[in-house]
Design a binder for this molecule. Structure first.
Ligand SMILES: CCCCCCCC/C=C\CCCCCCCC(=O)SCCNC(=O)CCNC(=O)[C@H](O)C(C)(C)COP(=O)(O)OP(=O)(O)OC[C@H]1O[C@@H](n2cnc3c(N)ncnc32)[C@H](O)[C@@H]1OP(=O)(O)O
Length: 181
């Protein structure tokens, strides 16, 4: 697949900037979603970000170990967040996750996610997850395809009442929807 290198948007948050939640009820990053992952993300260099979350008992699959689907969710969130550096609304079309090491409850999972290339509406991304910090053991690797969508994707298919409750500051900036942040 021929891709163009991703171009960091001039208004993308500077590297090191903590990214806000894009939606308070988001299972990945929202603080009003009980049992959610509460992933916190920081803008990285280029078109990338760094994200972390604490694996708790709410995330168990086997006793004392994280559920694989929840770990995939964390990657979906982190990879989706990396699109904020392009400042383009996009949704996950395809997500594949390699589980290389078990992730125990109590781990702080450290995720680096980056956009690798863009082809028309298609955004190709990858991410790695390490145990308890940037130099920790590699536990997961993921690749994803995101598809750039119009805002009407959310207004047509989403819940209009919940969308209407979003404040303008949260929903838009510079006459564009503000996707994280
Ligand atoms: C006032 C408004 C306020 C709004 C507030 C919003 C707040 C929220 C803020 C920010 C959101 C960020 C949220 C982050 C959360 C993490 C991300 C998620 O979990 S997203 C949820 C999971 N994903 C879905 O639900 C997608 C469901 N799928 C679809 O809707 C469609 O299939 C879609 C949009 C992905 C594509 O549909 P098409 O009809 O637009 O386009 P086609 O032509 O089918 O695909 C375009 C290209 O992509 C390829 N493609 C699509 N899916 C593919 C796949 N699975 N594998 C390979 N290629 C695929 C196609 O082959 C095509 O390629 P060729 O242009 O022909 O080269």
């Amino acid at each position: 697949m021929e891709t163009e290198p991703p171009v960091r948007h001039p208004d993308a948050p500077a590297p090191g900037t903590k990214l806000g939640q894009h939606y308070s009820r988001c299972f990945g990053c929202g603080d009003e979603q009980p049992g959610g992952l509460r992933l916190s993300a920081t803008a990285g260099e280029g078109v990338s970000l760094v994200a972390e979350f604490e694996v708790t008992e709410a995330h168990e699959g086997a006793p004392g170990l994280a559920h694989g689907g929840l770990l995939a969710c964390a990657f979906d969130e982190a990879l989706g967040g990396a699109n904020a550096m392009l400042r383009l609304p996009a949704v996950t079309g395809h997500l594949q996750t390699d589980f290389r090491r078990p992730v125990p409850v109590g781990t702080r999972l450290h995720i680096t996610a980056q956009v690798d290339g863009v082809a028309g509406r298609k955004i190709y991304s990858s991410a790695a997850g390490r145990l308890n910090g940037p130099d920790g053991q590699l536990a997961l690797h993921a690749r994803a395809l995101f598809v750039i969508v119009d805002v009407s994707h959310f207004t047509t298919h989403g819940n209009r009442e919940q969308i209407a409750k979003l404040s303008w500051d949260q929903a838009a900036r510079d006459e564009q929807l503000d996707f994280n942040p």
